[in-house]
Design a protein. Structure first.
Length: 655
């Protein structure tokens, strides 16, 4: 029925539009009444006829798609245009990507030459005399490997508005990293920087459209996003995370208009800067739309928070949908509340449907409230694995979780061209960065030898080194990857961990991969029904042990601390014996050879497991967002806490 209405509206709208077009052109352009047989009128009538036919064809096309019930003809048209543009552009960049990966070595060499030539006349380029680097080997031999400290003074000057410091590209924004896993960093960005992100996104979308053609229907997307507090550098440049980029001027207005037609949440929601309230509103507008096709969050953690909010707040959400206005107790500015309420209409039928499904429980709730849900988008690798696992096991079994790309504030790097595979891996994009790789065994060296993209061993682990036109040269940003296979002549990689997220009390360097594996082993050995909410670790040297009544750190053998939040643990206090808690240490010894070696020698004491109060990790998120440069869009739980204040926060919440 809705499709017939859409067609009807489309035909009527296109006919009226044709007549209106002729009238406007005659009245305002020609400025006088014309005979029906004059050449000008005939021409204008022809234009109107073409206009009518085109819109009629579009209306029939809409009828073939599964369409969001809240679409009118105009919003459906914008949504249709958005998908078709993505489809056309995606196919072109996907074809180019295939060509580039087939000649990866050549493309990489050409890219490096372009970067050095392009930035030769910058302050940095003149200092290092870029013209002397005539070959790739010259560059790798004569330019040192760098870290953030190598660029800090340059970036500070760029933030003050000085151009041509690290790159000749005009700097339009200063990107801020989250700072939740360590100290925050700044990186200058140009419009070309963001173009690389768009290329990666279009490449991924093309493959999703090919494998899942139903995603081209006119179903809206529940996109979980939050606005960041506006910040400006000393030089007047906007500052914030890469995820918070918004095009300026006319393009920004056009994009906002289009996205209002594509997303379930109106753009006015972003005026609500309090994350819990904003998440509630995303849930509200998402639940109103039965035809949601995609749920998208930057991280799997965001999607997990969405489902958790629905599970705890569903009675009020149902009331709001039934009545058609927001809960009066929700803390929102009056003018923003009024603006958002205008987007709501009472829907008792949908409210009744939702209430029935929620009362059945929340296992498999996603497809019960959104029967046409195609996939969930969000990073599901590294520290996001626990959240993705929880979503798949409880809220959305059978719904693919797709991590489309691998990128960071330092640059866009790789794209997932096998989105439906169980194990997520990404193919490096040869044209976005020049890549070098340090074998993981040599990562502790200051200036180790590097390998190129076509010299890697499948199954081996490497630290990535980036050079790009945005002002980073042989930059070590700390990500460690494993080569899964080669796509054409380009490596497909799996993200493993960040070097800053290693546990290292005696040079043993235990990765989060080993810790998470040992934790999964331990949970499977504990009593049935024990379910993990979240976890993080710390090193004993960072603990304020005297504050917890456990003495001082001095002269103690170092050890790991594992903080665990388990479901429903406050109700009756989960009873876990010392033996059960010690299982984590035993399992970690089996998974981490170096750790076990130091444990055998007595250089590292057994790991300690502390259970924390329910809600601790939610409170930690709020604490870190309030006290670092992080936004809720960026936030991810640090698997190894390096901030003393964050560790003290966790110790204060130990049961």
């Amino acid at each position: 029925m809705s499709r017939l209405l859409t067609v009807g509206r489309g035909v009527v709208y296109s006919l009226c539009s044709g007549v209106t077009l002729v009238h406007l052109l005659v009245h305002y352009v020609v400025g006088r009444e014309l005979s029906l047989m004059t050449p000008v009128y005939i021409f204008l009538s022809g234009v109107a006829a073409i206009f009518t036919v085109v819109f009629g064809i579009l209306a029939l096309s809409f009828a073939k798609e599964r369409t969001c019930l809240s679409h009118d003809y105009i919003s459906a048209f914008w949504h249709y245009l958005f998908i078709q543009c993505n489809n056309v552009i995606g196919k072109r960049v996907r074809q180019q990507f295939e060509s580039d990966t087939q000649k990866c070595g050549q493309v990489q060499e050409e890219l490096l030459r372009y970067i050095l030539r392009h930035n030769a006349d910058t302050e940095y380029g003149r200092k290092f005399d870029f013209p002397r680097f005539r070959t790739t080997e010259d560059f790798r031999r004569m330019h040192p490997l760098t870290r953030y400290e190598s660029y800090k003074n340059y970036i500070d000057r760029a933030a003050m508005g000085v151009q041509n410091v690290l790159t000749t590209n005009k700097i339009v924004r200063i990107l801020l990293t989250s700072g939740t896993t360590g100290s925050g960093s700044m990186f200058p960005a140009s419009t070309k920087y963001f173009r690389h992100y768009i290329i990666l996104a279009m490449t991924a979308i093309s493959e999703i459209y090919r494998l899942m053609p139903q995603t081209k229907n006119l179903q809206k997307m529940l996109w979980i996003k939050f606005d960041s507090k506006p910040r400006v550098s000393e030089g007047g440049l906007p500052m914030g995370p890469a995820s918070g980029l918004r095009p300026g001027s006319v393009w920004g207005l056009v994009l906002n208009k289009i996205m209002d037609c594509v997303e379930t949440s109106p753009s006015s929601i972003l005026k609500v800067t309090n994350e819990p309230q904003c998440m509630y509103l995303h849930c509200l507008f998402g639940l109103k739309d039965r035809t949601v096709g995609i749920i998208n969050g930057m991280f799997a953690q965001s999607v997990y928070s969405l489902f958790a909010t629905i599970e705890t707040k569903w009675p009020q959400l149902v009331i709001d949908i039934e009545n058609g206005y927001i809960d009066p107790k929700l803390e929102i500015l009056p003018q923003v509340r009024e603006e958002i309420n205008k987007q709501l209409q009472p829907d008792p039928e949908r409210a009744k449907e939702l209430k029935t499904e929620f009362q059945k429980g929340f296992r498999g709730i996603s497809r019960r409230v959104w029967p046409y849900l195609n996939y969930i988008g969000g990073i599901n690798t590294g520290s996001m694995k626990p959240y993705a696992k929880k979503i798949n096991e409880h809220y959305a079994p059978g719904v693919p979780i797709i991590s489309s790309g691998y990128s960071s504030s330092e640059g866009a790097m790789a794209v997932n061209i096998s989105p439906l595979e169980t194990s997520t891996c990404y193919v490096l994009h040869p044209k976005t960065n020049f890549y070098e790789f340090i074998p993981v065994l040599h990562c502790d060296e200051t200036q180790p030898d590097t390998l190129l993209a076509d010299e890697l061993e499948v199954g081996a682990e490497y630290e990535i080194v980036l050079t790009n036109e945005h002002g980073l040269y042989r930059y070590r940003f700390g990500d460690v990857i494993k080569v899964a296979h080669y796509h054409n002549n380009c490596p497909a990689i799996e993200f493993m961990y960040r070097r800053g997220q290693l546990l290292d009390v005696h040079s043993e360097k235990t990765s989060e991969v080993a810790v998470y594996g040992a934790l999964q082993d331990t949970l499977s050995q504990w009593s049935a029904g024990i379910s993990l909410v979240d976890y993080t670790c710390a090193e004993s040297v960072m603990l304020n042990l005297s504050a917890s009544g456990m003495g001082t750190v001095k002269n103690r053998i170092p050890y790991y601390v594992l903080f665990l939040e388990l479901e429903n643990q406050d109700q009756g206090r989960l009873e876990l014996s010392e033996y059960e808690l010690s299982m984590f240490d035993q399992n970690l010894r089996r998974r981490a050879f170096a750790y076990n070696s130091f444990r055998l020698k007595g250089s590292i004491a057994p790991a300690r497991v502390y259970l924390v109060k329910s809600g601790t990790f939610d409170a930690l998120q709020k604490y870190l967002v309030d006290n670092t440069t992080a936004t809720f869009n960026q936030y991810k739980v640090a698997r190894v806490l390096k901030r003393k204040t964050a560790i003290d926060f966790m110790m204060n919440n130990v049961l």
